[in-house]
Write a protein that binds this ligand. Structure first.
Ligand code: KIV
Length: 287
């Protein structure tokens, strides 16, 4: 198959639902690709789900580029989008373009995602002017956790919802190829989806978006934490399966059932006898 491009994703609007998932390393990218992902997001959620931080604010460009390069080495057909971390696009348009370019040049990604609406238009425009496709992200933007006062559904009140629709228009007019809508009431997400000519990809935004995205570890039941957000549907319990597999391995180690003959390397009998004689004669001489 050919690599999926940002213009192809944009052209999917109204035609086929977009399937997006996060991945942060080589094996996960292989799995996402085999399953038919259209977009792999190397999300800054790597901070929570892989690195064990409480929020996404702790990861920087070096961490994100490192994980993006691991994902692209899997050579997925999916469009790989690098998630610009907190403080990588807040200083200046020049700084933002340099950081976005690292995702492309060092990480091998073909697009970047930037959280925020009209407040970020200058940096979004600068990255687009550098010929790097940009995905927007509105609603519950986790990098704003301190400013929002926690992780809360956004756009529940009329004014806030209206602002979000205006942000979506501004991003679409600037030229982003898609917008992630996170933690948004379903009818607000539906209005945004109807208002813009580019695809919306929902996470906790109801079924009316043009596509859906979830964090890979949540879908597979690989998360370490007990609490899953309301919008997550785990399709497997890989953490449970992994614990079960390791328990069986350890039990076989204890009982001696592992390794078996088939899992063991052997020296030819003749060589072994020569070696044994040699060791025994040297032992005798030494004493
Ligand atoms: O970092 C991430 O995983 C994300 C998705 C939740 C959209 O931004």
């Amino acid at each position: 198959m050919n690599k999926i491009t940002a213009p192809e994703i944009r052209a999917r609007k109204g035609k086929a639902k977009i399937r997006m998932v996060t991945a942060y390393d080589y094996p996960m990218a292989k799995i996402a690709s085999r399953a038919g992902a259209d977009i792999i997001l190397v999300g800054d959620s790597v901070a929570n789900v892989v690195l064990g931080y409480d929020d996404t604010l702790s990861v920087d460009m070096d961490v994100m580029v490192h994980h993006t390069a691991a994902v692209t080495r899997a050579e997925p057909d999916a469009l790989v989008v690098g998630d610009m971390p907190w403080m990588s696009f807040h200083v200046s348009p020049e700084d933002t373009v340099r950081n976005a370019a690292r995702f492309i040049r060092e990480g091998g990604a073909a697009a970047v995602k930037i959280e925020g609406g009209r407040k970020r238009l200058d940096v979004v425009a600068a990255v687009l002017a550098a010929e790097i496709p940009v995905m927007g992200h509105l609603g519950l933007t986790p990098q704003s956790v301190n400013a929002m006062g926690g992780y809360r559904v956004q756009g529940k009140k009329v004014q806030a919802a209206y602002e979000m629709i205006s942000d979506a228009h501004a991003l679409a007019d600037a030229g982003v190829f898609a917008i992630v809508l996170e933690g948004v009431p379903d009818r607000v997400a539906q209005i945004v989806t109807a208002e813009v000519q580019i695809p919306t990809i929902g996470i906790g935004a109801g079924s009316g978006c043009d596509g859906q995205v979830l964090v890979m570890h949540d879908v597979l039941g690989l998360g370490g934490g007990d609490h899953l957000p309301k919008f997550v549907r785990p399709y497997a319990d890989l953490a449970g399966d992994a614990v079960d597999a390791l328990e069986r391995f350890f039990a076989d180690v204890e009982s001696g059932a592992f390794p078996s003959e088939d899992e063991t390397y052997h020296m030819p009998d003749e060589s072994f006898e020569i070696l044994r004689d040699l060791v025994e004669s040297e032992t005798t001489v030494d004493r």
